[in-house]
Write a protein that binds this ligand. Structure first.
Ligand SMILES: *Cc1c(COP(=O)(O)O)cnc(C)c1O
Length: 379
């Protein structure tokens, strides 16, 4: 079926092809070329991330994080069940046991009060996911982690250009708070490169090893900087770095980030204002943004009263050529994870059944959003 309003449409700023051409004619299109450096500098300057490394996906960045914190078979990692498979898979690859936490009733982020009960002597890390780009309660998470000597790895896949204001009153970008963080530039995110991602290293003790793991376990980066006189195999690793062609595409996007964000936020607000009174009348919940969080307009979702209501809205939109989509099926119920009897996660299951994402992309028109709002109300 061809939708007149798709769920997502990748937005091109106009400079992507020009920068790719530049990268190609520079003669160096493998990783860590000119555009990769420009992207690293952009992130380090704009957001104050201590060290950034582009990867070929957020999944890769999470896999690097699992290696960096030295996950061993049997180690336990706590994360929300309501997340993408990669959040868990990256740690499962190293032999970890995933311990799933429930989501908040207000929004799908990890329920802080459920975390401490899940900690055992084997727990090694907490992986908060900033769902829809809305910050988790990072002070609470960092406090728990400090108390139990755990690592915190932010899954910031959806959280570019979003912020958290802590107890100290300082506003920090998401991805700058945990020991490590992973971003995604998949074409469904705000800032894209087709496939792409980034590892952010906030605890610099991981910096050197991160470079090595990303370069197949070799100290090639140090060699190119002239810090060692030959390069050799020094650790485990893989090929996690993207070609400079991908970085060239990404850089064109980054140059336009404020415009992209502004337009997306305008769309988001139109949905919110248009649906607010209807949502109250129909027991539907709109996104909840805590006072400590900002909104990066990654996603506009509604949480329906029940499955029937959601199905009715999906069908109504579909009949009018509009694609709306539900989201994660709780990982603790997935066929791959041997189900532990006590894992009943009410809120997570509720989001699996009732959360619905509406079309959200740069080129969406005011009139189109109005149509979507009207159709939802009719449904
Ligand atoms: C998109 C996403 C990922 C995976 O990102 P890739 O770049 O496609 O690997 C991981 N976690 C979350 C929460 C995501 O939304």
């Amino acid at each position: 079926m061809k939708y007149t309003i798709p769920f997502n449409k990748p937005y091109l700023t106009g400079k992507e092809v020009e920068y790719i051409k530049n990268a190609v004619s520079s003669g160096k299109i493998s990783g860590d070329g000119l555009y990769t450096k420009k992207c690293h500098e952009f992130f380090e300057k704009e957001y104050g991330f201590k060290k950034c490394l582009l990867t070929t996906s957020c999944t890769d960045a999470l896999e690097m994080a699992a290696i960096l914190i030295d996950i061993q078979p049997g180690d336990e990692v706590i994360m929300p069940s309501y997340t993408f498979v990669s959040t868990a898979n990256a740690f499962v690859l190293r032999g970890a046991k995933i311990v799933f936490a429930d989501s908040n009733t207000d929004n799908p982020n990890i329920d802080i009060d459920s975390i401490e009960k899940l900690i055992t002597p084997k727990t090694k890390a907490i992986v908060p996911v900033h769902y829809a780009g809305i910050a988790c309660n990072m002070d609470a998470i960092m406090d728990i982690a400090d108390k139990h000597s755990l690592f915190v790895i932010e899954d910031a896949a959806q959280a570019i250009d979003s912020f958290y204001t802590g107890k100290d009153g300082i506003k920090r970008p998401l991805g700058s708070i945990g020991h490590l963080a992973a971003f995604s530039f998949h074409e469904t995110k705000n800032i894209i490169s087709g496939e792409g991602g980034m590892l952010v290293i906030n605890d610099l003790k991981f910096a050197q090893r991160a470079e090595i793991i990303r370069e197949k376990g070799t100290n090639r980066s140090q060699f190119f900087r002239g810090e060692v006189d030959k390069y050799s195999w020094v650790d485990i690793g893989s090929s996690f770095l993207p070609s400079d062609i991908i970085a060239a595409f990404l850089f064109a996007q980054l140059e336009n980030i404020s415009n992209i964000q502004e337009v997306r936020k305008k769309h988001w607000k139109q949905y919110y204002d248009g649906l607010l009174s209807w949502s109250i009348d129909n027991q539907v919940k709109l996104p909840f943004i805590n006072e400590f969080a900002t909104n990066n307009a990654h996603m506009f979702y509604i949480v329906c009263k029940n499955l029937e209501q959601r199905t009715r809205i999906i069908e109504k939109l579909k009949a009018n050529g509009i694609l709306s989509v539900f989201h994660y099926l709780s990982l603790h119920t997935s066929p791959f994870i041997a189900n532990t009897a006590d894992s009943i996660l009410i809120n997570s299951d509720n989001y699996s059944e009732c959360l619905l994402r509406l079309p959200m992309y740069y080129e969406l028109q005011t009139e189109e959003i109005k149509t979507i709002i009207d159709l939802i109300k009719e449904a």
